[in-house]
Ligand binder design. Structure first.
Ligand code: SAM
Length: 297
């Protein structure tokens, strides 16, 4: 069984990028009255404590979302997309700070209207149980379905939804390298079934050929299908592995990640052009911090 648990990583720089893009995309899609279906193929546990045991072990949120809460306020106003992201985090922390971090299921549910639907897939037995319990507290009835199934295997069954409006988030842990290929297969199948859906893929930027190929292959897929796309990346530090004079090998941890969207909102590129430089500035861990933003179709 998998060992990845998102609780160790909740609120890190990759979550900041992913959830900022997710919120900007969702808010655009919610401007229209017609019902929206959101499918989260890899949901995680839904809610995380940033002062809990898991988070303490890794401290990743300290170099992620918590930087926005720890730093003294400057006069420079934050980009709208970052403000919207922080507003959602604040809603989960009415007493101030950021002790509770909402994962994608809770971020989405928080923004959805009563007539929208949310389908959540989580395969890890412990996280699926926690997700179930967290969602049960919302008393959301039939608005939310939690499925303890493989998101890659059956989530296309929800496409197209009756209202023909959907956002699909694909956010695997990439613990096994077949995840890269499975994202591509899933996105290809989903696009065939429902060409006008909005598809968002998060991926890690690590020295692995599959990780570099993924955005390139998604771009080819979108272009061949005649669909628009957007690709945003955020690097916070060098990916160099350092060998100390003692022989100790120091790995840098996740240095960068990306979001690739097919059929993104037409407003997203401008929003991210404003937000990404500020994310670099706030989340940089060394001089290698940077971003990229590209769109086409
Ligand atoms: N989307 C979440 C968020 O933004 O808060 C984080 C998800 S985490 C990166 C990936 C999750 O996918 C893990 O909880 C893992 O247990 C789960 N998982 C792994 N393979 C899966 C599969 N084939 N189907 C559904 N869930 C899976």
């Amino acid at each position: 069984m998998f060992s990845y648990r998102h609780a160790f990583h909740a609120g890190n720089h990759a979550d900041v990028l992913k959830h900022t893009v997710l919120i900007a995309t969702l808010e655009y899609l919610l401007e229209k009255d017609a019902a929206l279906t959101v499918v989260d193929t890899h949901a995680g546990a839904g809610l995380y404590r940033l002062d809990g045991d898991y988070a303490d072990t890794s401290g990743e949120a300290a170099n992620g979302v918590l930087r926005f809460f720890a730093k003294a306020k400057t006069d420079v106003p934050l980009a709208d997309a970052i403000e919207r992201y922080l507003a959602v985090i604040r809603d989960f922390n009415p007493r101030g700070g950021a002790k509770i971090y909402p994962g994608s299921p809770f971020i989405v549910q928080h923004l959805l209207r009563d007539h929208d639907k949310l389908k959540l897939y989580e395969l890890h037995p412990t996280d699926a149980k926690t997700l179930d319990a967290n969602i049960a507290q919302l008393d959301a009835g039939r608005q939310i379905a939690v499925l303890r199934e493989d998101g890659f295997l059956s989530a296309t069954k929800f496409l197209p939804p009756p209202s023909r409006r959907a956002l699909v988030l694909m956010d695997p842990s990439y613990e096994i390298k077949s995840d890269y290929g499975r994202v591509l297969d899933f996105a290809g199948e989903a696009l065939k079934r429902f060409a006008t859906g909005t598809y968002a893929v998060w991926y890690p930027i690590i020295p692995r050929p599959e990780a570099h190929d993924l955005p390139r292959r998604l771009k080819t897929m979108a272009t061949k299908a005649g669909k628009s796309w957007l690709h945003a990346t955020l690097t916070v530090k060098s990916s160099k592995v350092i060998t100390e004079p003692t022989g100790e090998v120091k790995r840098p941890g996740l240095p960068a990640s990306g979001m690739f969207l097919i059929n993104p909102p037409h407003t997203l590129k401008a929003k991210l052009a404003e937000a990404l430089p500020q994310l670099v500035e706030r989340l940089a861990q060394d001089r290698n911090a940077s971003f990229s933003l590209d769109a086409g179709g």
